[in-house]
Design a binder for this molecule. Structure first.
Ligand SMILES: Nc1nc2c(c(=O)[nH]1)N=C([C@H](O)[C@H](O)COP(=O)(O)OP(=O)(O)OP(=O)(O)O)CN2
Ligand code: ZN
Length: 123
């Protein structure tokens, strides 16, 4: 029985976009309360009755989010142009090696804007 589980996180960060034209509002430093949903896909273990312990998932993702929370994201190597798209791929690359069942992440930059990413197909 295949299922998806998810856990939601949030972090508060500052950023500015480096590649937008002069005059674009996002060239100015500003902040967001980002919301992140991390999805895992798999079959529940018959004994434990779960795909993965939410607590274990929380600890893995929080260790990565701690690098972003209350930071200027532009200062982080690889995130010099921190669009929602680039932050999403960065988070995926950080957590995927520890989460083999990772199926999708969703990053919401505002209540009305976000990115959904399924990773790159292997091969
Ligand atoms: N494709 C993308 N477009 C934009 C990004 C992005 O990361 N990817 N980022 C920004 C800004 O950083 C910021 O998110 C502003 O976005 P916007 O939706 O304009 O935010 P508002 O809060 O002003 O939106 P309202 O719906 O008007 O309140 C811009 N674009
Ligand atoms: Zn922004």
């Amino acid at each position: 029985m295949m299922m998806e589980i998810y856990k939601e996180f949030s972090f508060d960060s500052a950023h500015y976009l480096t590649q937008v034209p002069d005059g674009h509002k996002c060239k100015n430093m500003h902040g967001h309360t980002y919301r992140l949903r991390v999805f895992l896909k798999g079959k529940p273990d018959p004994q434990l009755g779960w795909i993965m312990d939410f607590k274990e998932l929380k600890d893995i993702v929080n260790a990565v989010i701690d690098q972003l929370d209350h930071k200027l994201i532009n200062d982080i190597p690889g995130l010099e142009n921190p669009t929602a798209e680039n932050i999403t791929v960065w988070i995926w690359k950080q957590i995927q090696p520890m989460l083999p069942l990772l199926s999708r992440i969703e990053l919401y930059e505002t209540p009305t804007t976000g990115v959904i990413y399924h990773g790159e197909a292997v091969g």
